[in-house]
Design a binder for this molecule. Sequence first.
Ligand SMILES: *Cc1c(COP(=O)(O)O)cnc(C)c1O
Length: 387
Amino acid sequence: MIFIKSKRLQQLPPYLFVKLDRMKAEALGKGIDVIDLGIGDPDLPTPKFIVERMIAAIQKARYHSYPSSSGMLDFRKAAAGWYKKRFDLSFDPINEVAALIGSKEAIAHFPLAFIDPGDVVLVPTPGYPVYNIGTLFSGGEIYYLPLIAENDFLPNLDSIPGDILKRAKILWINYPNNPTAAVAPPEFFAGVVDFAKQNNIIVCHDNAYSEMTYDGYIASSFLDAPGARDIGLEFHSLSKTYNMTGWRIGFAVGNPDLIGALTQVKSNVDSGQFEAIQEAGIAALESDQSCVREMQEIYSERRDVLVSGLRDLGLDTPFPKATFYIWTPVPHGYTSQDFSTLLLEKAGIVCTPGNGFGDSGEGYVRMALTVSKDRMGEVIERLKKIL
Ligand SMILES: *Cc1c(COP(=O)(O)O)cnc(C)c1O
């Protein structure tokens, strides 16, 4: 029997990290002491008070049944409470907040609520691959918005042709940004709202990195822009903020019609996250956030070692104000792929070639701050020998 995959799957590019994992496995197989800066997954454990809350929660028999697909009301209240404290914005936990099984699933599912074949989704490039994939799974067409250094890695919305605008239904944005580590000024969000209202486009802001910020920079909420609540949603994740990538918990906040449509899709696909995990999420969201400040401190020290080292080696690497990524131009004469292959083969360092996040990422590599400060020192020592 020959199994022929759907066109939907056949058209997908190979998932970037699968390829990286294979290259890394080959290097490990050769006995190389690999330093992995490839994947955006925190190396530090989930804070202890969150784990302890989970241990207690798992004993509660009432959590052993099916959860509700939009999430426990107490979790949604905790998310709304966190929003109020963090951004001074109020949302109704009943119809303006939805719990997610990590934000990735919701980013992939959301287009199913609004996109039909022929509809266009505006997607940043380079960008988090799930924006494209959700579009393709829903049968939509992608129109790429390049994020380039000359424009501070913000999309140029004026460059979109009129015939695309007529068919565009969703715009994805993500600041602080993966992979470029760029941040957006509040004026940018205000401009996006005007653009969206003029063109009848839904805005989805992925704010997964709002808490991973340094040097006193505080990221804002897209929903703080005047009128944003009429046209948009914001996706949050506990993954990066509380080192909880494996737990699969996040939430979406914003316009009630958009939240309702997302919940309608999800209620037909999943049955919500295990309520004990949601209770652990409540502990995280309602905590004094000192664990977040500790996390920021650790990443900023690693950032300083890596970025100063790269700059000493002659690379024009900026110090990012946010995210745990370094987005650095590769040395003259290299492609992204050449440079990352060189780092792996000659220095045992895994990083992600920028073009893996889209064509506009060519000429860059992304390095994640996911090893200790000492190991970052070792990265620089190894690079000195080969550059
Ligand atoms: C890590 C990340 C997420 C979060 O994913 P989860 O599914 O919540 O773990 C979302 N968006 C971007 C851009 C990310 O890098």
